[in-house]
Ligand binder design. Structure first.
Ligand code: DC
Length: 221
């Protein structure tokens, strides 16, 4: 099986680029962030403090996650409920970052993530795919951009959806997520030694896509 690992900070454009490339290659797209988001959503709904490792770990036995992976799309079912759209909210992103720091949560998701890569050719996106989940991935990409460039894009996305947002708040959220994701003790966000770094700060979406595609094709051919 061929596996393409794409890691990087939030807002670097990973998911839209990865989804499109997976569809074009006919690979299964696996969005691991959505799995952490589903657990974050469950914890929020349960009224638990998402930073409390023991409280979050105690919820896990009641959580059943079903990942319906397809070409260029993924559905997440949380105890049978389709939460694919619900997990995209801003508050859920922060909760996901909180719960993802807990070793029990990472352990809970690891087997599911690896099993998906054993069954099909996958393009998997996340924070620790190249370093922990699929250390033997066929090709590893570290997709990044400056916090300022990511904040601009995120702001445009939120405004397009009609959500109230301002640049400073979005930038502060991005910096806080980066800080949490890179400084946690387990599986922190970092570039794998054998990953190819692509910086999209100064290029648009289409150019980023072509760069990603070219780079991936050069390694799986
Ligand atoms: O990519 P995303 O914004 O949907 O991810 C949400 C959070 O989940 C992110 O802040 C960190 C965490 N995450 C992780 O720790 N490991 C992954 N492989 C994917 C996401």
């Amino acid at each position: 099986m061929i596996s393409i690992a794409i890691d990087g900070p939030s807002g670097a454009g990973k998911s839209s680029l990865a989804k499109r490339l997976a569809a074009e290659l006919g690979y299964v797209y696996v969005d691991t962030g959505a799995m952490y988001r589903a657990i974050g959503l469950y914890a929020l709904r349960a009224g638990q403090n998402t930073r409390d490792a023991a409280a979050v770990a105690a919820l896990l036995p009641a959580i059943r996650l079903d990942i319906r992976a397809g070409q260029g799309a993924q559905q997440v079912l949380l105890n049978g409920e389709d939460v694919t759209a619900a997990v995209r909210q801003e508050a859920v992103g922060m909760a996901a970052s909180d719960v993802s720091a807990h070793p029990a949560v990472r352990e809970f998701l690891l087997a599911t993530q690896r099993a998906l890569a054993e069954r099909s050719n996958v393009l998997m996106d996340g924070r620790d795919i190249g370093t922990v989940v699929l250390p033997n991935a066929t090709v590893k990409i570290y997709l990044t951009a400056t916090p300022q460039a990511r904040a601009q894009r995120r702001l445009a996305e939120l405004q397009a959806r009609g959500e109230a947002a301002d640049y400073d708040t979005v930038l502060a959220d991005i910096c806080r997520r980066d800080d949490q994701d890179t400084h946690r003790a387990v599986a922190p966000l970092r570039q794998a030694a054998d990953a190819i770094r692509l910086d999209t700060s100064d290029i648009g979406l289409e150019e980023s896509y072509q760069l990603l595609k070219r780079t991936v094709l050069a390694h799986i051919a």
